[in-house]
Structures are given as structure tokens and as C-alpha cells.
Design a protein around this ligand. Structure first.
Ligand code: HEC
Length: 228
């Protein structure tokens, strides 16, 4: 500064000069924070490389909060589902519900099967509607092995007067409901509704003694007509 310019400045009130050391209290140490506008000198960082300077434009607080929140959530999620195994996936819940449903179905079917008796089967066999329904089930599920109208093929002839398992209507019902393990005759109680099993077994009882032409040769013991 030249002396000519110094003169006017000296005209300023002298007491202002000592205030300079108080500068640290002034908002010059301003945090180049969220509210700093890009391009404001306060955002400019100290360093410069090859004359290139850098603005400090931090990510907004809400963005950082979401980012950190995601990391925290992922850690808790991983712990909950994969380490502690407290949670169950939709697949596991479905499997549990299905197992529960099947358990109940077994109980229900058992309860219904327990009410089936010789007299009920005889009554059903004389109810043409139920027998028709049983025949319809037979045509879908049983003809593959017992041939049409029960003449017999892979499975025994159901129209003769021979039977492999027992003699009564209930024996037929039990064979249909529980199957014969180790053979192609599965437990139809697991596949069909209780009503379907009941009706198809009732239908089978109407076949005995029909001795349809072209039937499979007899298997099992000779049995007479059903006892009333
Ligand atoms: C995959 C083949 C197959 C199917 C399907 C099948 N069965 Fe059988 N069934 C057999 C065989 C094999 C036997 C003989 C089992 C044995 O050797 O004890 C049999 C036995 C039976 C018997 C016992 C006969 C007797 O002499 O004691 C009845 C009743 C019977 N089946 C009814 C049915 C009904 C009703 C259906 C349909 C819901 C059905 N079966 C479906 C293969 C089958």
C-alpha cells in the first residue's frame, strides 16, 4: 500500500483495529455443511491439485439417514432370519399351514371312517345316487387297474365271488381306504375325500357276483353274497 492510500485509512476510528483478534468468534469457521450452496467460497476445500480446487458438497442429511438406516436394517434382518432363525419365510409358513391342514384332514377322515359300518355301506349300496357317484369316481381313479366295471386287470376282478382281503363290505372299504401296502393298491383315503371313498367302496360292493364277461380269473378266497 502506498502512503497516499494509508492516509484515508488512518482516518478511520482507531479502536476498530484491536477487534481483529476476535475474529475466531465470527462465523468464519463455518461448517461447509448441508445448507452450503455449491459454488460458494465457503464450500471450497483447502487443497488444490494442479490448480484444481474442490468443492465440498456433502450428501444431504436425509439421504445419509436412509443409507445408514438400510445398513442397520439389513444387519437386523440378517440376524433375525439367518442367525437367530426367529423369523419364518412365507414358504416355511405355507409348509407349516399345509402340514396342519393335512393333520386335521387325517383326523377328520379317521373320525368319518370310524362312523362307517356294514349297515351304512349296505344302505349306500341301495342309494342309486351315491352308487352313481361312486361309479363316476371309479371310472376316473380305478379303471386304470381294475378295468371298466371292475372286470380286473392289474387289480383283481371285483365282479366275481372271490376276494383277496376279507369277506365283508367293511373289508372292501378298509382295502380302498387304507390300500394294500407293497402292492399297486394305494390308500385312497389319502387321495380322495371321505365321501368319495365311501361312495366308491359302496359302488364296489354292488359289483360282487356280477361275473362280467371277459373278467380276470379269480384271486383270493371264494366268498358268498354279502350278509345283510
Ligand atoms: C395302480 C393300480 C390300482 C388302482 C388305480 C386301484 N387299484 Fe384296487 N387293487 C390293485 C391291486 C394290485 C390290488 C390287489 C392287491 C393285493 O395283491 O392284495 C387291488 C385290490 C383292490 C381291492 C381288494 C379286492 C379283494 O379281492 O380284496 C379293492 C376293493 C380295490 N382294489 C378297489 C379299488 C378302488 C375302489 C380303486 C379306485 C379308488 C382302486 N382299487 C384303484 C390295484 C389298483
Amino acid at each position: 500500500m502506498s502512503a497516499t492510500h494509508a492516509a484515508p485509512s488512518s482516518a478511520r476510528p482507531a479502536p476498530e483495529a484491536p477487534e481483529a483478534p476476535e475474529a475466531p468468534e465470527a462465523p468464519e469457521a463455518r461448517d461447509p455443511g448441508d445448507d452450503a450452496e455449491p459454488g460458494q467460497p465457503s464450500n471450497l476445500m483447502d487443497h488444490a491439485y494442479d490448480g484444481i480446487q474442490e468443492y465440498d458438497n456433502p450428501l444431504p442429511g436425509w439421504w445419509k439417514a436412509i443409507f445408514i438406516g438400510c445398513i442397520v436394517f439389513a444387519a437386523m434382518y440378517g440376524f433375525y432370519f439367518h442367525i437367530a432363525n426367529w423369523g419364518s419365510t412365507p414358504g416355511q409358513r405355507y409348509a407349516a399351514d399345509l402340514a396342519d391342514f393335512n393333520d386335521k384332514k387325517v383326523m377328520r377322515d379317521r373320525a368319518e371312517a370310524a362312523h362307517v359300518n356294514e349297515a351304512a355301506l349296505a344302505r349306500n349300496a341301495s342309494d342309486s345316487k351315491l352308487v352313481e357317484h361312486g361309479a363316476a369316481v371309479f371310472a376316473v381313479k380305478c379303471v386304470g387297474c381294475h378295468a371298466d366295471q371292475g372286470r380286473g386287470m392289474i387289480g383283481p376282478n371285483l365282479t366275481d365271488t372271490y376276494q383277496l382281503h376279507g369277506t365283508t363290505r367293511m373289508d372292501i372299504f378298509h382295502t380302498v381306504h387304507d390300500g394294500v401296502s407293497g402292492t399297486a393298491m394305494i390308500a385312497w383315503g389319502d387321495q380322495l375325500s371321505a365321501a368319495d371313498v365311501l361312495d366308491v367302496a359302496s359302488y364296489v360292493t354292488t359289483l360282487r357276483g356280477q361275473n362280467l364277461a371277459g373278467g380276470k380269473p379269480p384271486q383270493g378266497e371264494p366268498v358268498g353274497p354279502f350278509q345283510p
